[in-house]
Design a protein around this ligand. Structure first.
Ligand SMILES: Nc1ncnc2c1ncn2[C@@H]1O[C@H](COP(=O)(O)OP(=O)(O)OP(=O)(O)O)[C@@H](O)[C@H]1O
Ligand SMILES: [Mg+2]
Length: 401
């Protein structure tokens, strides 16, 4: 799969941009703050419809757009997938709400000119992004890893996107009720409807996570084994907050040598188990005013030779594991969709040593399209630069070199 055309209007620093892209590996080179990351962010937006670094989509609309009245940021991509061509358009709209003049924000997604729900368009275009701040996946808290998992699975499963959204809404309603019951008392029977919905959506999310982690792990393990020349064995250890496969007492603290296999557990078993556990925890959850189990509290750990990389890994080990993980994401998307995703690599070369750079370039050979950014072309081997287009990004413009 590849993107053939990108058009931006009022998207961050680009007030207007139209670009045709070649179906190959190419480089975007430019000084700091010229718009390189923004271009990758815009392309990635067409696959996930959320930004990888803005805390709110509002921030994507250009500062230069008018502050009052209506402002629209737009990303349009033409993508080629197998024999099919599609046009994906996202409109980011900021407008007065008509009541008190406050600005409200909404997002519209169009596929081939027709307005659609986001989960009807997700999966039309798949991309994998490599970012300098990716180390957070391994180094920081569990929410980074859940975000990684959710973005990954969302690209192949519109149902997952729908369950995540319903789960999130149910969770806030249930938490509000728990708080209310804690503060003012009332009929605890009111929880039943939220428990049922939480268990249903929660089980669907967990089932997808179990499958995806298992499949991605198989790819990551193979790639990581090669990257480390057989010295390290990588494992992805899913630790669900509600575990349908309870471990014997005390085992959590021991090195986990036997991976837990949850692949045989059906969605309805997970749902039933989660529901029972929610009931068992009811008194405690009312006292705390929050839902303590379910996929919003899941954890995923990365182990190399059974050592937790988040806790004990060296920086280099972390980077190698991440590279394996991202390349596994590429292979997994190909396996699930039959298409190679577009690779977006932001400052990736400067993060890697010479050996890893060569490993990465080797792994890209099968992809249709990969876009690298760099501040300096010297990050790339001369032979590589000679073979691939190098474009200059400066002041919101892109010049083909
Ligand atoms: N909403 C916005 N409106 C206008 N400009 C914005 C907006 N958001 C960010 N910018 C600006 O866009 C510019 C380009 O940022 P970007 O991160 O794409 O640069 P870059 O080329 O990747 O730089 P670096 O090499 O430092 O990573 C920055 O100067 C930033 O302040
Ligand atoms: Mg950048």
């Amino acid at each position: 799969m590849h993107i053939t055309h990108l058009s931006l209007t009022n998207f961050r620093s680009f007030s207007r941009l139209d670009l045709d892209f070649p179906r190959e590996i190419f480089l975007l080179v430019g000084d700091n703050a010229q718009g390189k990351t923004t271009l990758l962010e815009a392309i990635y937006f067409l696959s996930t419809f959320t930004s990888f670094h803005a805390s709110s989509d509002r921030q994507l609309i250009s500062f230069t757009a008018p502050n009052s009245g209506i402002a629209v940021g737009r990303v349009v991509g033409e993508v080629q997938r197998g024999n099919g061509q599609h046009r994906i358009e996202v409109r980011l709209i900021r407008e007065p709400n008509g009541v008190n003049g406050n600005l409200r924000f909404r997002k519209e997604v169009l596929l081939d000119g027709v307005k659609r729900k986001i989960n009807e368009v997700i999966g039309v275009f798949n991309a994998v992004i490599f970012l300098p701040q990716m180390a957070r996946i391994i180094e920081e808290g569990p929410s980074e890893r859940r975000r990684f998992l959710d973005t990954l699975i969302s690209q192949v499963s519109p149902q997952y996107v729908a369950h995540l959204s319903d789960y999130g809404q149910t969770l806030s309603q249930r938490n509000a009720l728990l708080k209310q019951l804690a503060e003012r008392g009332g009929d605890t029977g009111q929880l039943a409807v939220w428990d049922g919905m939480l268990a249903r959506h929660g089980a669907a999310i967990m089932r997808e996570r179990i499958r995806a982690i298992r499949e991605v792990e198989a790819e990551a393990k193979r790639i990581h084994y090669d990257l480390t020349h057989g010295r390290e064995v990588l494992r992805l250890d899913y630790q669900p907050a509600y575990d349908p496969l309870p471990r014997p007492e005390g085992q959590m603290t021991l090195p986990v040598s036997a991976p837990a296999d949850r692949s045989g557990i059906s969605q309805s078993e997970i749902e039933a188990g989660l529901l029972v556990t929610l009931k068992q925890l009811q008194r405690e959850e009312i006292a705390r005013g929050v839902t303590t189990i379910g996929p919003h509290r899941d954890e995923l750990r990365f182990l190399s030779n059974q050592v937790d990389l988040g806790e004990y890994g060296s920086r280099g080990q972390g980077r190698t594991a991440l590279l394996a993980l991202k390349l596994a994401e590429v292979a997994w998307l190909h396996q699930r969709t039959g298409e190679w995703p577009v690779l977006l690599l932001d400052e990736t070369m400067s993060e890697l040593d010479t050996g890893r750079r060569a490993d990465l370039l080797g792994a890209l050979s099968e992809c249709d399209q990969a876009i690298f950014t760099a501040t300096d072309v010297s990050m790339f081997a001369e032979s590589f630069v000679a073979q691939h287009p190098v474009w200059q990004v400066a002041g919101g413009m892109v010049k083909m070199g």
